[in-house]
Every structure is written in structure tokens, then in C-alpha cells.
Design a protein around this ligand. Structure first.
Ligand code: NAD
Ligand code: TYD
Length: 358
């Protein structure tokens, strides 16, 4: 467990979207591994941002929270005003997680994705261009590459960008803006692209927490299409370590792929969750496929290993078991989510069709 501390940090960074899944894990990881670093978390607290994730750090001398929307340029600029935070070193770098991140939501409501993911990123780039901070790490996704056939080699950083969903298209657009600002204005920024993350604090609209909670409650397990789509899964702590290595050692204008080297079809993964939760396999139900559903993702992360000295360390099976156990135990974390806005989402996505049995 990450410990809280009361010493003034010697340096600080801004994390955007720190109250979401990966941001929360990253903040915890940094406080654990680099306890001299302070963090300013800028988060709009959309449906995906949960203040409960970081509540124990509210009085921590290394932590500051700003509720604000990246789409608002003044909010972004104000973050970097001198003496904005008392008794805190001014942040000199930004690790940028904040985004609309769910592919299915991008299908039902795409405009918000461009606003947050593209304009929000550009607002940060403008502050960087004006010299308000020194370095930007833009956290992106393998989904910008489109998808692969079952036999194709994994994506390298040179793979063409062929996004399939409004989500991945907005992420690709933001990646390209970051790289263009480096080229045109000479700013210090880089892009990381990662495969599917899993671990604690993931919003239960995503595959692993959704299936775990449904299985534990005896609800149907809605597998899209035939369940043959493949994802490359990475334990979130490995991703956090990769992002830190990019912040510390990455080159401006460079793209770094991260992956877990653990490819699983959705159906096989759901079967594993059924086993871990001791649920009835008959709960598995094949439902209408996602429009534009990417077939397979897989990452070639040799560049990150060679240039950043990074590789994924977690064993997939052990990390999955740990993750499933976390959700089974943390009823206090997920019950308020299931009781809140999430119910509207399920209603919108399934439109009353069967598939969730809820
Ligand atoms: P998430 O949806 O769990 O969290 C997103 C966070 O951003 C939330 O706290 C939300 O409140 C905040 N946010 C949204 N819009 C905002 C705005 N306009 N201003 C300020 N804050 C805002 O997402 P996640 O899964 O933690 O993903 C984080 C980043 O990592 C995203 O950029 C995503 O594209 C990328 N990524 C995710 C995965 C994955 O498997 N989850 C894989 C690769 C890359
Ligand atoms: P998801 O967790 O939404 O991540 P992404 O779309 O970014 O890869 O979905 C992972 C895979 O699981 C994807 O192929 C869609 C599939 N899926 C289901 O089969 N059923 C579900 O209820 C969900 C949410 C996803």
C-alpha cells in the first residue's frame, strides 16, 4: 500500500486525469517509488474521475488537487502561474492522461472525444510553447494504429495510423499535434502508446472489471460478437513504470510503444474470469458486436526496452488473479459507481436489449 508523507517535495509535476484509472495508479506508483516528487492533479471529475481513489492523499504535503477542465484554456494557463501553489515547487513537467477513453461511449457520443482529447491536448501544448513548463509526456494508445490480422507482426512505432473509432481517431489527432509542435516549435514533448491496461480502480464499463463484477453477482457476461477479438493486456503498474521511464529518459519527438506481451481473445479471458470467480460458465452470452470492432492489437515494444531500459515485469495470470481479488473485495469502491451515472450508460448502450441481465 502506498504510504502518505508529510515532507515538502523537492520537485513537482502535473498529472492530468489523475482521478481516472491509470492516473490514479500512476500517482500511487510515483509516491511509492519516488517519494521526493510532488504531484498536482488536474481533473475535471467526469463520470470516470473518482475522488475516492486518492482520498488518503488529501492532506499529503506532496499532493495538490485542482478540479478543472482541460478544454478551458484559462484553466490550463492558470495551473502554471508562479506561486499558484503555496509551499510547493512549481511543476516543470506534465504527464497527460486526461481523456475520454471508452470506445463504446465514443460511438454513442463522439463530439466530446474530439473536444477533450484534441482541444484539451492542444491547450497543454500552447502552455508548453509559451514556456510555462518544460516537458510533456502524452499518454496514448495502441488503438491509433488500427487493428491487425491474427498472423500479422505486432505494431511498431512506424506502423501507419489507421484508427477505427472516434476514440482512437481523436487520440491519433492529439498524437500528431504533439509531434507537430515538437517539429515546428522545438518544444520538449513525446508520445507513449500502450496496449490494454488492467488493474485496480478501472471504471467497471471496461472488460475486466465489468466481467468480474457481473460474474460475482451472477449476471450475464456480455461478450461482443463471437469473442474472438484479441487484446494485448498489460498490468497497469508496468505501464506506470514505462511512463516514468519516458518522462525521465525519453527523447523529444519520439514515440514509445508499451505492451504486456500477453495476447488473449476476449472469450478466453472471460473464461479465466469465470474460473477465478467460480461463476457459472452458462452466464457467458454472445451479444451484438461493437460497430467497427478492432480484431487484434499487439505491441512491439523493443524500442522502449532498448532506449528506456523498460520491460513489462508482471506475470499475466498472477496480476489477473490479484486484480479480480481486488474487485471482489472492494465493494465499497464499486457499489457507489454502479449506483450512479453508470446506470444511465448501460441503459444507453444496450437500449433495453438483453446482454447485461441487470
Ligand atoms: P479514464 O477514463 O479512467 O480516466 C480519464 C480521466 O480524465 C478521468 O479522471 C476524467 O475525469 C479525466 N478527464 C476527462 N475529461 C477531462 C477534461 N476535459 N479535463 C480534465 N480531466 C478530464 O481513462 P484511463 O483508462 O485512465 O486512460 C488514461 C489515458 O491513458 C487516456 O489518455 C487513454 O487514452 C490512455 N490509455 C488507456 C489505456 C487503457 O487500457 N485504459 C491504454 C492505453 C492508453
Ligand atoms: P474495452 O475494455 O472496452 O477496451 P478496448 O475497446 O479499448 O480494447 O474492451 C476490450 C475488449 O472486450 C474489446 O474487444 C471489446 C470487448 N468487450 C466485450 O466483449 N464485452 C464488453 O462488455 C466490453 C465492455 C468489452
Amino acid at each position: 500500500m502506498t504510504e502518505t508523507a508529510n515532507h515538502r517535495p523537492s520537485r513537482s509535476i502535473v498529472v492530468t486525469g489523475g482521478s481516472g484509472f491509470i492516473g490514479t495508479n500512476f500517482i500511487r506508483w510515483v509516491f511509492d517509488q519516488h517519494s521526493e516528487v510532488g504531484i498536482v492533479n488536474l481533473d475535471a471529475l467526469t463520470y470516470a474521475g473518482n475522488p475516492a481513489n486518492l482520498r488518503e492523499f488529501e492532506g499529503d504535503a506532496r499532493y495538490r488537487f485542482v478540479k478543472g477542465d482541460l478544454r478551458d484554456v484559462e484553466t490550463v494557463e492558470a495551473l502554471f502561474e508562479p506561486r499558484r501553489f503555496s509551499d510547493f515547487p512549481p511543476p516543470n513537467a506534465v504527464v497527460h492522461f486526461a481523456a475520454e477513453s471508452h470506445v463504446d461511449r465514443s460511438i454513442t457520443g463522439p463530439v466530446r472525444f474530439s473536444e477533450t482529447n484534441v482541444i484539451g491536448t492542444q491547450n497543454l501544448l500552447e502552455s508548453l510553447r509559451k514556456g510555462r513548463f518544460e516537458r510533456l509526456v502524452h499518454v496514448s494508445t495502441d488503438e491509433v494504429y488500427g487493428d491487425l490480422d491474427f498472423e500479422a507482426p505486432p505494431f511498431t512505432e512506424n506502423h501507419p495510423l489507421q484508427p477505427s473509432s472516434p476514440y482512437s481517431a481523436s487520440k491519433a489527432a492529439s498524437d500528431l499535434l504533439v509531434l507537430a509542435y515538437v517539429r515546428t516549435y522545438g518544444v520538449d514533448a513525446l508520445v507513449t502508446r500502450c496496449s490494454n491496461n488492467f488493474g485496480p480502480y478501472q471504471f467497471p464499463e471496461k472488460l475486466i472489471p465489468l466481467m468480474t463484477l457481473h460474474a460475482s453477482q451472477g449476471k450475464k457476461l456480455p461478450v461482443y460478437g463471437e469473442g474472438k477479438n484479441v487484446r494485448d493486456w498489460i498490468y497497469v503498474e508496468d505501464h506506470c513504470a514505462g511512463i516514468w521511464s519516458a518522462l525521465e529518459r525519453g527523447q523529444a519527438g519520439r514515440v514509445y510503444n508499451f505492451g504486456g506481451g500477453a495476447e488473449w481473445s476476449n472469450l478466453d479471458l472471460v473464461r479465466k474470469i469465470v474460473e477465478l470467480t467460480k461463476a457459472d460458465p452458462a452466464l457467458i452470452e454472445f451479444v451484438r458486436d461493437r460497430p467497427g470492432h478492432d480484431l487484434r492489437y499487439a505491441m512491439d515494444f523493443r524500442r522502449a526496452t532498448e532506449e528506456l531500459g523498460w520491460e513489462p515485469l508482471a506475470s499475466f495470470d498472477e496480476a489477473l488473479e490479484k486484480t479480480v481479488r481486488w474487485y471482489l473485495k472492494r465493494f465499497d469502491w464499486w457499489q457507489p459507481i454502479l449506483d450512479g451515472e453508470y446506470r444511465n450508460w448501460i441503459e444507453t448502450w444496450y437500449g433495453g436489449e438483453s446482454g447485461t441481465n441487470s
